[in-house]
Design a protein around this ligand. Structure first.
Ligand SMILES: NC(=O)c1ccc[n+]([C@@H]2O[C@H](COP(=O)([O-])OP(=O)(O)OC[C@H]3O[C@@H](n4cnc5c(N)ncnc54)[C@H](O)[C@@H]3O)[C@@H](O)[C@H]2O)c1
Length: 245
């Protein structure tokens, strides 16, 4: 029996990086996974890969900034699998630019995906979980939701928002058996980090390397499963020591 046997897990940003590694681990623990992503090509290919492991998987192309599309993610999930137990609310984008050069439209776009989209997915998750008696939500924030850094004000503001959104939702639904926690990754080797930045970011990390998506997935499994059954409103920082500095 896996830790997530027969659980239904929705994973946004599930076609790549941390979301994809988490989908693989969840499937190996017995979960049925719904992959949500903007990237249809990668999402469809990954759905096929997961299905060959003899597990049930479903890819849904959706943009988490669209209220209608987010509502549809949950409608389709219920139609196919009947329930939602776990939501890994993980899709996001990065933005590195000096703040005095940042166009308002770019600020809005970053906050729209990294905070507003996370709220929409969390709200629809909670609506479904209230019907079935509970569930767990794991939001992907960032170590940059906990500390500042030059050149990514919009991203950092949005991720800081995700950390406190997590606490607020956790308190609001604690008595409804819905746990809400956040993962705060450090610099992780995924496509979101430009190739030319990898060496510098590894050097800035006390452990002198980037984290691997699989190392994030283990943290997500902990937060999503009963292993963290008395934990809500919390952040799990997995950053190779960065925020200890
Ligand atoms: N890699 C890191 O160093 C790092 C560090 C801290 C936090 N994070 C966070 O981890 C999460 C996952 O990132 P990753 O590193 O796996 O990067 P990634 O680029 O590999 O994966 C992100 C996925 O989200 C999808 N996506 C983006 N916008 C979307 C939208 N509007 N609707 C639906 N899907 C959308 C992308 O298509 C992509 O497949 C993000 O929230 C990111 O901010 C990453």
């Amino acid at each position: 029996m896996g830790k997530l046997q027969d659980k239904v897990a929705v994973i946004t940003g599930g076609a790549s990086g941390i979301g994809a590694a988490t989908a693989r681990l969840f499937v190996s623990e017995g979960a049925k996974v719904v992959l949500v992503d903007l990237n249809e090509e990668k999402g469809m290919a990954f759905e096929t890969e997961l299905k060959t492991l003899n597990n049930e998987a479903l890819f849904i192309k959706a943009n988490i900034t669209s209220e209608d599309e987010v509502v549809n993610i949950f409608k389709q999930t219920i139609e196919v699998f009947g329930k939602v137990d776990i939501v890994f609310n993980n899709a996001g984008i990065g933005r590195v630019q000096p703040s005095h050069e940042l166009e308002y439209s770019e600020w809005r776009n970053t906050v729209n995906v990294d905070l507003d989209g996370v709220f929409l997915v969390a709200r629809e998750s909670i609506r479904e979980m209230l019907k079935t008696g509970g569930g767990t939500i794991v939001n992907t924030a960032s170590m940059y939701g906990l500390v500042g850094s030059p050149g990514s004000a919009a991203y950092n503001a949005a991720k800081g928002g995700v950390v406190n959104l997590t606490r607020s939702l956790a308190l609001e639904y604690a008595e409804k058996n819905i746990r809400v926690n956040a993962l705060c990754p450090g610099f992780i080797d995924t496509p979101i980090i430009p190739e030319e930045s990898k060496q510098v970011l590894a050097a800035a990390t006390p452990m002198k390397r980037l984290g691997q998506a699989e190392e994030m997935a283990k943290g997500v499994l902990f937060l999503a499963s009963d292993d963290s059954s008395f934990m809500t409103g919390n952040t799990l920082t997995v950053d190779g020591g960065y925020t200890a500095q």
